[in-house]
Write a protein that binds this ligand. Sequence first.
Ligand code: GLU
Ligand code: ZN
Length: 308
Amino acid sequence: MTVRGRFAPSPSGRMHLGNLMAALLAWLDVRSQGGTMVLRIEDLDPQRCSLDKARQLVEDLEWLGLDWDEGGLEPDYCQSNRSRHFEAAFHRLEELGLIYPCYCTRAERLAASAPHASDGAVVYTGRCAHLTQAQRQELEAQGRHPAYRVRVPQEELTVQDGHMGPYTQRLDTDCGDFIVRRSDGVWAYQLAVVVDDAMMGVNHVVRGCDLLSSSPAQAWLHRTLGYEPPQFYHLPLLVDAQGRRLSKRDRDLDMGVLRAKYTPQELVGWLGWLAGVQKEPKSATPHQLISSFQWSKVPKNPILVGST
Ligand code: GLU
Ligand code: ZN
């Protein structure tokens, strides 16, 4: 089967080192197997995303030398233009009796959530799952606009991650009924990512470990909608010397700053070294790393990023 991989960034700001690592390894995974690379723009949130930021993102990828075979700024690969597909999947879930409106405010959601033992995330406990029609009408009459959740089964689900190995969650207690449409009408990432990976024929998903805990819910949603889940490959987090996860707040690792300091080959070579693909942080083009790329070389533990 031909590998179809993707990079699916959100144009909500400039890319940072973690995004670049995901982009490079998704690209190497595809290119080392003669596959097809898709670039999808996850611009669902109109408050945070813009076409200008998406243009910048595409230009940053080009500067790095990472190319793609399908997508980019083409309208049909930008999620903001794909509502009809999310709507259709939502209706399918409604027909299956799996959707219910949730009227909780953010504060109520947090109060009605159980802390998730493993990572401190909160799990929705189903506060609105059994509201009567009359209760819903009363809440609507108060002017509350619901978000919509999907009801997950009381099932344990194991994802066989291609890099991290088996990862198991009990869907109802570790994940909980999750939002597929926000109260402002914006489609939720969890629904959109599943629909788009399926519709775009993506069978390899390479991305950061921060999304590992979302993968059982996504695999379940794929199956529920009648799709085959992709093979997931999650990358270790990038951390600083104190073991803290690097984030968008580390401005010195944002693409604007990195581009001012490095050539594309220096940056790619450094990332390739951090990812275990080459033994030294020497300059390289993405193409020069293809022949030495192997998943077995990529670390599983967090990757320490020293000073730049
Ligand atoms: N759009 C997501 C992000 O930028 C990535 C989604 C994914 O790779 O599944 O973090
Ligand atoms: Zn609720």
